[in-house]
Design a protein around this ligand. Structure first.
Ligand code: 13P
Ligand code: SF4
Length: 302
């Protein structure tokens, strides 16, 4: 069986659009109708006209698509594709934090469950976090769950940022020692980091941005060599769009194992069997929708 042809045939039959995050395996990125960072995928999910959205990413991303488009069938091809950072905060935990800081607005990274989003005032992604925090009329905010992104934002705003202590294990694994070694080895290389990296790694970066920001930055740069401080899935498009440039991944196994769970086989089976359907309780969806909708009204930074 030609699995790619079968996926295309089934997608047509099911009136399905395939959305894929920039960290997906090359084959998935190649077959997707649309690839992007979390923000671009949310925007796309809010405006597609297809009956079905197959989300090749992790659970919170598919959930966000459902929150934005509840009239569509949203499928996640691997039901266990989660995000360990999103699991580091619960709605109950966040409520306790809100009790500790009454009246302080909560900014919630989209890497979180719908129940957590429902507790927040507004969501953000790595592409718009600085603008989102700036847009809030308060000199203090709670930022959850990524302490590294929250710390990054605090560099640009004149507000107290109270951090929830969550993190991405994949980005946290990168050390400044490794980056310094690479910089020593390739002194002409430009180092680009995702804001989920540790603050001392971010300190060494020439540019910090969302996953899609890597593409924009590299494309417009006249430099030839780049050290990539994010998950290696971005290499697919970076290499395709910039055949004359060289990319060095900051550490060999810079890989999110959840993002890599989806394969052509699971995408095919997802479309064939219409699984796994992502749905949430309507009350929760409406509250989470509010936080996401507000986010979409603020322009992106990167
Ligand atoms: P982006 O929003 O930059 O695509 O990042 C999502 C993510 O999960 C990074 O680890
Ligand atoms: Fe979550 Fe990190 Fe994987 Fe992104 S790379 S989905 S933050 S675990």
């Amino acid at each position: 069986m030609d699995i790619k042809a079968e996926i295309k045939r089934l997608a047509k039959e099911r009136d399905a659009v395939i959305l894929a995050h920039n960290y997906q395996i090359d084959d998935i990125q190649e077959i997707a109708d649309f690839t992007g960072d979390s923000l671009a995928l949310s925007i796309e999910a809010s405006k597609v006209s297809n009956k079905t959205i197959v989300f090749c990413g992790v659970h919170f991303m598919a959930e966000t698509a459902y929150i934005l488009s509840p009239d569509k069938t949203v499928l996640l091809p691997e039901k266990d594709a989660g995000c360990p950072m999103a699991d580091m905060v619960t709605a109950e935990g966040l409520r306790k934090m809100k009790d500790k800081f009454p009246g302080v607005p909560v900014v919630c990274y989209v890497n979180s469950s719908a129940a957590v989003k429902a507790e927040a005032d507004i969501c953000c992604t790595s592409a718009n976090a600085v603008n989102i925090v700036k847009s809030i009329d308060s000199d203090k905010i709670i930022f959850a769950p990524d302490m590294n992104l929250g710390h990054f934002v605090s560099r640009f705003v004149d507000k107290e940022v109270i951090l929830w202590e969550g993190f991405c294990p994949t980005h946290r694994r990168l050390t400044s020692k490794e980056v310094l070694e690479l910089k020593g080895k390739y002194p002409d290389a430009v180092f680009i980091a995702h804001p989920e990296c540790n603050p001392d790694v971010v300190d060494l970066a020439d540019h910090v941005c969302s996953t899609s920001g890597f593409y924009t930055f590299v494309k417009q740069s006249d430099k030839k060599r780049f050290i990539i401080g994010t998950e290696k899935g971005v290499l697919y498009k970076l290499k395709k769009e910039n055949p004359d440039k060289e990319f060095i991944i900051a550490y060999d196994t810079f890989q999110c194992k959840n993002m890599k769970k989806i394969t052509l086989k699971s995408l095919y089976e997802s479309l064939r069997d219409m699984k796994y359907i992502i749905k949430i309780d309507e009350d929760e969806r409406l509250k989470a929708y509010d936080s996401i909708k507000k986010m979409l009204e603020v322009p992106r930074n990167y």
